[in-house]
Write a protein that binds this ligand. Sequence first.
Ligand SMILES: Cc1cc2nc3c(=O)[nH]c(=O)nc-3n(C[C@H](O)[C@H](O)[C@H](O)COP(=O)(O)OP(=O)(O)OC[C@H]3O[C@@H](n4cnc5c(N)ncnc54)[C@H](O)[C@@H]3O)c2cc1C
Ligand code: FES
Length: 287
Amino acid sequence: MSGSDEGARPQPAPVGSWQTVVTAREPVGPRAVLLTVLLPGRALPLAPGQFVMARAWSAPDPLLRRPLAPFDVRVRADGTQLDLLVVAGGRGTRRIAALEPGATLDLLGPLGRGFGPLPAGRPVWLVGGGVGVAPLHHMVAELVRREEAERLSRLHVVLGARSGEALFGREAFEAAGLPVLLATDRGDVGLRGTAIDALAQRLAHADDGSAIPYVYGCGPEPMLRALVALCRERGWQGEVSVERYMACGFGVCFTCTCEVREPDRGRVHRVRSCLEGPVFPIERLAW
Ligand SMILES: Cc1cc2nc3c(=O)[nH]c(=O)nc-3n(C[C@H](O)[C@H](O)[C@H](O)COP(=O)(O)OP(=O)(O)OC[C@H]3O[C@@H](n4cnc5c(N)ncnc54)[C@H](O)[C@@H]3O)c2cc1C
Ligand code: FES
């Protein structure tokens, strides 16, 4: 699934290493940028929640690519445009976030398993922490492009971050007509607390026989663990995109493993989140 503009579609790209060119760079916070890159002449069909491994340097320093789940992907007549929300944290993301228009960015992908389709007839909550909003926005952008009015009408968004300057994507969700709840640890914007506090408060009375909510989450692991715990307590279903260090992104290094429970025998074992995830159904996670 990937956004598509009118016009002849370019050839779909298999999984591979692709040279993209930065076409725009918009600062969206003190350490965050929205980078727009173009892969000329190819369709790179990433589903929301899938990711690419990005490299803006020649090895060996830094050695490893960094995983990024796009904020949006549009297949156009002249290639694929990807919007990447990048927060400059460590050495790799700082280098990527500093790229200026005209620079090249090497992307390995598409990788991983993304979010599943929206369940029919149920209220859906998108819960994003910080930069974790990116694949949730990608999901909404796809629905907007396909004019899926019924599905969009069932969506609600909760965004959380340490402070207001680290809340991303609010305007884009509101422009799509979605209600947005905000929470910050500092309390400078929205509720003082976490996105999960905001969700729990807002749905305090959802056990009253109305349709059971379905949740899509992406963000830092403490937030996701709290979200999973809340869903289990309330009997909600959903899926979350886990964030693990990823050294390769395609199943070779085992740095990204995550504990899951198999539904049949309840056996707990570790799977590679770059292959079987990063998106997992909540009931499968052994958290
Ligand atoms: C699926 C996924 C999607 C993501 N999407 C985004 C996004 O859209 N935007 C964004 O800003 N961030 C995103 N991230 C997070 C981003 O990739 C991390 O911030 C980044 O990997 C850390 O890199 P750094 O250069 O900031 O930090 P650094 O500290 O320089 O590097 C950390 C990197 O070093 C390696 N590393 C460090 N410790 C270990 C270890 N113990 N084992 C193995 N390797 C190690 C890994 O490559 C790791 O990525 C995503 C992460 C995942 C897993
Ligand atoms: S990142 Fe190497 S196996 Fe998953």
